[in-house]
Every structure is written in C-alpha cells, then in structure tokens.
Design a binder for this molecule. Structure first.
Ligand code: MN3
Length: 201
C-alpha cells in the first residue's frame, strides 16, 4: 500500500511565534510530500525490478528508498515532536526524565549536548534523540541528509530538522536560533509516551 502524507497534529499556525506558519505549510505540504512521493516511486520501481529481474538500476533505487524513506519517517516524527508553546511542558517528566538523567547526567546536560549536535550537523540533516534497544540507553545522534550516520537498531524519540528548508524563511542562516526556539515547542509528553513504548516502562 502506498505511503501517505500524514496530517499535521495541529493547525499550521499552532507553533507560532517559534515556528512560523508559512514555513510549516511549505515544509509539510511540499517538502514532506516530496519524500512520501519519492518513497512510493522507489518502492514501485523496486517491485518492477523484482518482476522483470532487471536490477541494472539497483544502486540508485536502494539509495532513493533509504533517502526518501528516512525523510518520510523523520518528518512524521518531527511533527509529532512539537506542540503549541501554550501546551509545551518545557522539560520531560516521568520515565523519560529519569532515563535522560541516567544517560546524560541531567536534563541541562542533555539539552546542551542535543543543541550542540544539532547546530553542528554538517550540511543538511537532523539532531536526534534515540533509544538503543541493544543496551537500553538513550543516545544523541546527528543525521546527515536523512539516512547517514545512524546506529543500527536505534529508535528515534525526538528529532529536530536542520535542513535549511526547515528554518530559512524565519531564521535565515541563524540555525542556532532555530535550535534554541525548538525547545519552546517540544512536546515532551508525546516523547515520554514514545520512550515508554519502546523501552517498556
Ligand atoms: Mn525537513
């Protein structure tokens, strides 16, 4: 079944003033849609290759599937990582808060680590808080593009998009300001639920 662009879990202007309506609209309706379309196209072509036995384009197809598939997954999680600043909680609570304290020393240390990693992504990419089932730890990762620099098996919990399309209209080249603004609209309640789903608390 073809992948579909999920609706935003809030109105286009719900993240103002930290994340402006125009950027959210273009980012969701155009950019995220592009990854959904790209993934569907790649998977359709892979099915045709299996049917015909012609794998001459396999490198490009697998690359397109990884790029667009990761783009679709991370954008879906990105929209779920945020909420209106009037309902944002400011920091995590419960099991996720305990796990962050245990694995990063404190919430403040985690925040500084995540902000630095996200600001310093080389080129286009993401800051990612992920759960690593192998040893039950939370880790901060950068992603270049959508799919490079992962650790196999990790499950992303909270993500911040630092492709220029994510912030350029409002923040221009001031990526650090966008990362700082992001903290005002993080939906920690939703992140806590995702953490407990995968960590089993
Ligand atoms: Mn994006």
């Amino acid at each position: 079944m073809a992948h579909k662009l999920p609706d935003l879990p809030y109105a286009y202007d719900a993240l103002e003033p930290y994340y402006d309506e125009q950027t959210v609209r273009i980012h969701h309706d155009k950019h995220h849609q592009g990854y959904v379309d790209g993934l569907n196209k790649a998977e359709d072509s892979l099915e045709k290759a299996r049917e015909s036995g012609d794998y001459s384009g396999i490198r490009a197809l697998e690359k397109a599937a990884a790029f667009n598939g990761s783009g679709h997954i991370l954008h879906t999680l990105f929209w779920q990582s945020m909420c209106s600043p009037s309902t944002a909680q400011g920091k995590p609570s419960g099991h996720l808060a305990e796990a962050i304290d245990k694995d990063f020393g404190s919430f403040e240390k985690f925040k500084a680590h995540f902000s630095a990693a996200t600001r310093e992504v080389e080129g286009s990419g993401w800051g990612i808080l992920a759960y690593r089932p192998m040893d039950g730890k939370l880790v901060v990762l950068q992603a270049e593009k959508h799919q490079n620099l992962t650790q196999w098996g990790v499950i992303p919990i909270l993500v911040c998009d630092v492709w220029e399309h994510a912030y350029y209209l409002k923040y221009q080249n001031r990526r650090a300001e966008w990362v700082e603004a992001f903290w005002n609209i993080v939906d920690w309640a939703a992140a806590g639920e995702r953490f407990c789903e995968v960590a089993g608390c």
